[in-house]
Each structure stands twice: as structure tokens, then as C-alpha cells.
Design a protein around this ligand. Structure first.
Ligand code: ADP
Ligand code: MG
Length: 695
């Protein structure tokens, strides 16, 4: 038995704040439990009532003669601590707190108080600020939502209560079946990570589906999700726009991080991303009912060219490849369909197709080892009744011994809808457009890939010098201004074996000449000042300096340029630096995210970053393999892999550098922002020429 079973599969429930007033939440919860015929014991608690809905009512939970697994608390926020305390004394395993009026409206202390009380009694809290929880196999509707969801295998967790009620109704309309529907509200205690872990071993659940506004402890979320390899997790994150994030923050009391960070976290956690509510339902339906797609060979079968092309377009957008099937399969299908059909992918069984043609084509596809998944498309036509087609498809699928995923799109009117419903009841996902069927298949492929590749295993580099970084940071912390000079930033990089351009600080013109000679011409010279962040913007950088004379000139020019800045910046000296040969300029950067900790960003330099924002993210730390994915996620990746006669760049070294960088920023969270911009990449090797660290 799992320690959370008494909460999600309780044998007895007390409703603290049970009411005799119809429409009161304390009344509705009791009524719902009775209506759904929950088989466990129900104990209404109300100090002023002896009977509610024909059930004996207790004045205090302490009066209940038997043990209580779960207490649903429906009293107002202010009274909540007192009743949580009583529940604790009673030995209740978990409290589901429905009331709002906690951290989501700034009442953080009140929320902390109930958490403390619960801890004292080793009791767990669901909520506060929730609708309640539902367990379909147990027929338990411990919520104020009107009914249990359509039965099925999805455990859906929602951070929004109102949305959960709406989705509950939608499950019946779309026939998307749920095992559990759980409102998790403010997540004062039980959070996504804990529930993901719990539902990953629930045998009534095949798919974990999340509506996320904000995750509180990002690292826990990633770790919990990574442990779940055999059950898909799909998530819709709201608050991806700046304004949306503001609304979400005030809504749940948890900060909503930037959408790129969440995308990265989901990827690293093996969580499949949904783009909107329909997509969340569509993908959950497929993931709960179909096996993962275990290879890249998708076959599309259609009776219409139009929907076939739409499906092909959508496949490309969703990273599914559409290749022609092997000759023997083509040959087989050629004998099934008329000669004006097509045996290329999509297979066009033609508008003349009857149920037999569809049936035989699908059977041939499922049997053939080349095929990893099938999307069947149907346009409503007079020659083929969708009901007959549905029966035929079901027959093939039921008889097939293979475990290949299938999604279906039926496009048409009422007859089509009814046929779709019939198929859906048999556990076969049917959608109303080719695009949705393809996206559902893409989710099954994503799940297949997650299972094939597993998760990133980061082996920390051991040839690094952590103490060196500590010493540098200690020195900096002793100073009044905690400005990190470019030299120090580069020393920190070098300690993690990130190659940088050799740099030395000159305080006089003569010293600059001496250092330039030591370093060797050509050199670069740069201003060093705590107040100047963008050096070249103020004429603080001179490159390609080739003689002693030019060093002197550059020295004075730079000082002259920055002397015009108002107020006058403090000048620590002028950096003399090895001039790196030209190459491909990249940016490797990092910021600390409040939810996920250190993050790493990669992109190409210049316009690619500033104008096109062509960058990708990961949560630190991660391996060289993941760094390669990060590199390949930018749109302009062709530039790195070699294009138009250019030789490919040293991706291996770049990936290793990024992985080392991810270790550095993970090891030292006090590095609030770090930029290696530019990092110049060559056919062999790379060099960081500008390094900036903000503590
Ligand atoms: P900032 O970003 O503060 O303006 P940088 O140190 O990045 O200053 O210098 C501006 C540009 O000068 C860089 O983007 C790069 O193109 C070039 N540059 C800087 N340092 C070097 C170097 N050591 N070798 C070659 N080019 C350099
Ligand atoms: Mg720079």
C-alpha cells in the first residue's frame, strides 16, 4: 500500500463543514458522494447538525467512532487551522482543503500555518483552493463538481479549479476517459512531483495529464517525471505570454517562469507538451489508449487526397517523417485498391473505397514489419457508411497481434460523429481532423522516443577546479563592489576547462605595450569598468591592433571615448587580449530561474540572438549529448553543420563546453547571470572572447 492511498483511495471520508443548505459546498460534497454511490464511509461534520442528507452528522471529527482516511475541509479559510488541528488529533491521513483565501491572495502565513499543523500530525494536505478530488473506479466524487468524469485511464491534475469543472463535463462530450480528476490548487504540500510519483504506480492509470500554471520546485518536478518511463506524462502549461504569466501568478500564488524554460524542463523531464486544451485532451486520449510508436515509419491511409495532404503537412510540422513504404508492401496494397489509387504514403484507397479495401489495407500495414504506426483518415462519402467502416477498422485492430499505435480522423457530419463515438468507446482514438490525429500520433512517437533514449545522465566533469572558483568569488565578495572583471570571469571559465582568449590588465600605456608584446600581435583592447556593461557600444573595444604605436593610440582612444560618459565611470584599467581569428560567433548564457534554478541558453551571435531570438534552453546541469540537442534546436543550426561550401564546425567541442558551462552554473548558484558572448567557434576548437558574470 502507498502512503497516499488513504487520500486518493480512501475507505472513509469526513466532510468538515458539511451543511444542510443546498448549494453550500459543504452540502454539495456530501450529496455528490451519495449520488455517485461511493462505497466507503461518509461522515458529515457540523457542530450544529445531527443529520445531513439522512446521514448521521457528528459535531466534531473527534466524535467519529471509526478511523477517518480523508477529511474534505469545506469551512472558510480563517477557521481552517482549527479544523486541521482537530483532523490531526483524530489521526486523519490527509486533508483536502477546498477554501480559497490563502497564498493565492497573499495570505501566505495562513497557508504556512496549516502546513505546519499538518506536519506536526504527519498529515498531508491537498490544496488549499481546490474543487476536490475524484476517483472513478471507486465512484468517489469528493468535490463540488457536479459529476464523475467519463471513465477511463487518464489521471488528470489541474491547478485551476474552474477549468477542472469544465473539463469534467468535456470528458463526457469527447469521451475522453479518466481514472482520477484532481484539483491541486495552491500545492501547499502535495504538488505535481508527489502526485506524478503516486499515479505512476496506480494500476488504474495509463497516462498522467497536467494542467500547469506554475511549478514550485522545478528540480523535484523533473526528478519525479524522469522516474516514470513506462507511463506517459502530458502537460499543458498556461501563462506562456507575458500577460498570461501575470494572470497566472496572481491566480495561484506561484511564479510562472518563461515559456522557453518550461519547454526545456518538459523535454528534460520526458513530459510531452500540449499546446492548448483540445491538444491536451487529444494527446491524453491517444497516450492512455494506444501503445507508444516504436520507430519513425508512419503510414497514412486515406480515401481523399485533400485530407491526405493536410495530414502530410501536419506530420512535417510535428516532426513525423512520411516516407514511401517498401516495395513488397506497396505491391500488396496495389492488389487491394483500384489502379487509380496510390500506394505511396499517404496510401490513397480512393473515394470509391469500401470497408473491405480499408480493412485489408490496414491489416497489410499492421502486419508489415516496416510500419511503426498508422493514421487512418476518412472523408464522409456516399459509397461508404462510416458505421460500416468503424466496424471494419475495429475488427482488424481487435484481431491484430501487433502492438502498433493507431489514430483515426473521421471528417464528416452526424453519422460520422456517431461512428467515431462507437470506435472511441472501444478505446480507439478518433478525431475530427487529420491534424489532430497526426498530433496525437506525434505524442505517441514522443513517448516512444522517451522510452528508447531514456533520460539524460549527467556525469560531472572531475578535471575541474572548484576551489579556484571559490577563491575568486571569495576575493570578489571582500570588495565593496561585487563587479566581476572580464579577467576574473575568464579565470572562472578556465577553472572548468572552458577555453578563453588570453587577457591581461594594463594600468598604463607602457604596461599595455609590454603586455601586447607578451601576448603577441594582433591584440584586442577593452575597457574594464564596473559601470560599463556593453563595452563596444561606448567605444570601449578596439580589435586587430598590430603595433606598439597602435596599442598606445587605442589605449588613449578608449580612455577618451569613455571619458564622455556621464556620470563618469570608474576605470579599473584596459584589458589587453589575444585576438582570436574570425569564426562563427555563438552565445552561451545562463540565468537563474526561480523555479528551475540555473538554466543554460545557446544561440548564434549577432542578429540571430538580438533580432531573431533564435535561442534554445536547458535546465543545468546536463551532458554533452543533451548539449548537442540544445545546439540542434536553433533554427540556424545549418550554419554550424556546414552549409554552402562552409566546413562543419566543431560541434563536439562546443557541446562539451556547453556541458561544462552547465556544471559551472549549477555548482555556483551565486552566478546570477553568465554570458560567454561571443564564443568563437572554429572547424577545430573554440574560444570565449568576452565573458561577463553578474553575481
Ligand atoms: P561587448 O559585448 O561588451 O560590447 P566584446 O568583448 O564582446 O564587448 O567585444 C565586442 C566584439 O568584438 C565581439 O563581439 C567580437 O566580435 C569582438 N571581439 C572581442 N574580443 C575579441 C577577441 N579577443 N578576439 C576577436 N574578436 C574579439
Ligand atoms: Mg560581448
Amino acid at each position: 500500500m502507498h502512503s497516499l492511498d488513504p487520500i486518493f483511495k480512501p475507505k472513509s471520508i469526513a466532510i468538515i463543514g458539511a451543511s444542510r443548505e443546498p448549494y453550500a459546498i459543504g452540502y454539495t460534497v456530501v450529496k455528490n458522494l451519495l449520488t455517485t454511490r461511493y462505497e466507503g464511509k461518509i461522515y458529515p461534520i457540523n457542530p450544529n447538525a445531527d443529520e445531513i442528507l439522512n446521514l448521521k452528522c457528528y459535531h466534531s471529527i473527534l466524535d467519529v467512532p471509526d478511523p477517518v482516511d480523508l477529511a474534505v475541509v469545506t469551512v472558510p479559510a480563517k477557521i481552517t487551522p482549527a479544523v486541521v488541528e482537530e483532523a490531526g488529533k483524530k489521526g486523519v491521513v490527509g486533508v483536502a482543503i477546498i477554501a480559497s483565501g490563502f497564498s493565492e491572495v497573499g495570505e501566505v502565513d495562513l497557508e504556512n500555518k496549516i502546513v505546519e499543523i499538518a506536519k506536526k500530525y504527519k498529515m498531508r494536505i491537498l490544496g488549499p483552493n481546490i474543487v476536490g478530488l475524484m476517483n472513478n473506479p471507486l465512484k468517489m466524487n469528493a468535490s463540488f463538481a457536479p459529476y464523475l468524469p467519463y471513465p477511463g485511464k487518464i489521471a488528470m491534475l489541474s491547478q485551476s479549479g474552474a477549468l477542472l469543472i469544465a473539463l469534467d463535463s468535456r470528458t463526457w462530450l469527447d469521451r475522453v476517459g479518466m481514472s482520477h480528476l484532481i484539483s491541486i490548487g495552491n500545492m501547499a504540500d502535495l504538488d505535481f512531483a508527489t502526485l506524478i510519483e503516486y499515479f505512476s504506480i496506480d494500476d488504474q492509470t495509463n497516462c498522467i495529464s497536467l494542467y500547469v500554471e506554475g511549478i514550485k520546485n522545478g528540480k523535484n518536478f523533473i526528478e519525479a517525471s524522469k522516474k516514470v518511463l513506462d507511463k506517459p506524462i502530458v502537460a499543458l502549461k498556461s501563462g506562456v505570454s507575458k500577460r498570461g504569466a501575470m494572470a497566472a501568478a496572481s491566480h495561484t500564488g506561484s511564479l510562472a517562469g518563461s515559456s522557453k524554460i518550461y519547454d526545456a524542463a518538459f523535454k528534460q523531464a520526458g513530459v510531452i507538451k500540449a499546446t492548448d486544451l483540445n491538444d491536451l485532451f487529444d494527446k491524453s486520449l491517444a497516450l492512455a489508449n494506444q501503445p507508444p510508436m516504436r520507430g519513425d515509419n508512419l503510414l497514412i491511409i486515406t480515401n481523399g487526397g485533400g485530407i491526405g495532404v493536410l495530414a502530410t503537412d501536419s506530420a512535417e510540422k510535428n516532426d513525423l517523417q512520411i516516407k514511401d513504404p517498401p516495395d513488397d508492401l506497396k505491391e500488396k496494397i496495389k492488389n487491394i485498391i483500384p489502379n487509380f489509387g496510390s500506394t505511396k504514403n499517404p496510401i490513397d484507397v480512393t473515394g470509391m473505397a469500401n470497408d473491405d479495401w480499408y480493412k485489408n489495407t490496414l491489416a497489410a500495414a499492421l502486419e508489415h514489419p516496416w510500419v511503426d504506426g498508422v493514421v487512418v483518415l476518412y472523408c464522409e462519402v456516399a459509397v461508404l457508411d462510416p458505421k460500416d467502416l468503424a466496424a471494419a477498422l475495429h475488427e482488424v485492430i481487435a484481431c491484430s497481434r501487433t502492438t502498433k499505435p493507431i489514430t483515426i480522423a473521421f471528417v464528416g457530419g452526424e453519422l460520422t460523429m456517431r461512428a467515431s463515438e462507437w470506435l472511441q468507446k472501444k478505446g480507439i482514438p478518433v478525431y475530427q481532423s487529420p491534424d489532430r490525429a497526426i498530433k496525437a500520433m506525434a505524442a505517441l512517437r514522443d513517448f516512444g522516443k522517451i522510452r528508447e533514449t531514456g533520460f539524460d545522465i549527467f556525469e560531472p566533469y572531475t578535471d575541474i577546479d572548484k576551489n579556484k572558483v571559490k577563491d575568486i568569488l571569495t576575493d570578489i565578495n571582500k570588495r565593496k563592489s561585487r563587479y566581476v572583471t572580464e579577467i576574473e570571469a575568464k579565470q572562472i571559465f578556465e577553472a572548468y576547462k572552458i577555453p578563453t582568449a588570453k587577457s591581461k590588465l594594463a594600468k598604463t600605456e607602457d604596461e599595455a605595450v609590454k603586455l601586447a608584446k607578451e601576448i603577441g600581435y594582433p591584440v584586442v583592447m577593452k575597457i574594464v569598468s564596473p559601470q560599463i556593461i556593453h563595452k563596444s557600444d561606448v567605444g570601449g573595444v578596439k580589435i586587430n591592433i598590430r603595433t606598439d604605436d597602435d596599442v598606445r593610440k587605442a589605449y588613449n582612444q578608449i580612455l577618451n571615448n569613455v571619458s564622455k560618459i556621464d556620470p563618469k565611470p570608474e576605470i579599473l584599467g584596459i584589458l589587453v587580449q589575444e585576438m582570436a581569428p574570425s569564426g562563427t560567433e555563438c552565445i552561451i548564457g545562463s540565468t537563474q530561474d526561480p523555479q528551475f534554478g540555473a538554466t543554460v541558453m545557446f544561440g548564434l551571435g549577432g542578429v540571430f540572438v538580438e533580432v531573431l531570438k533564435d535561442v534554445s534552453f536547458r535546465i543545468a546541469p546536463f551532458s554533452k549529448n543533451t548539449a548537442k540537442q540544445l545546439i540542434d534546436e536553433i533554427e540556424a543550426k545549418a550554419i554550424l553543420h556546414g552549409t554552402r561550401g562552409e566546413k562543419p564546425k566543431d560541434i563536439e567541442t562546443l557541446a562539451e563546453t556547453i556541458s561544462r558551462f552547465s556544471q559551472l552554473v549549477e555548482d555556483f548558484p551565486e552566478l546570477k547571470e553568465v554570458d560567454a558572448n561571443p564564443t568563437i567557434l572554429y572547424e577545430k576548437g573554440l574560444k570565449v572572447v568576452d565573458a561577463r558574470i553578474i553575481l
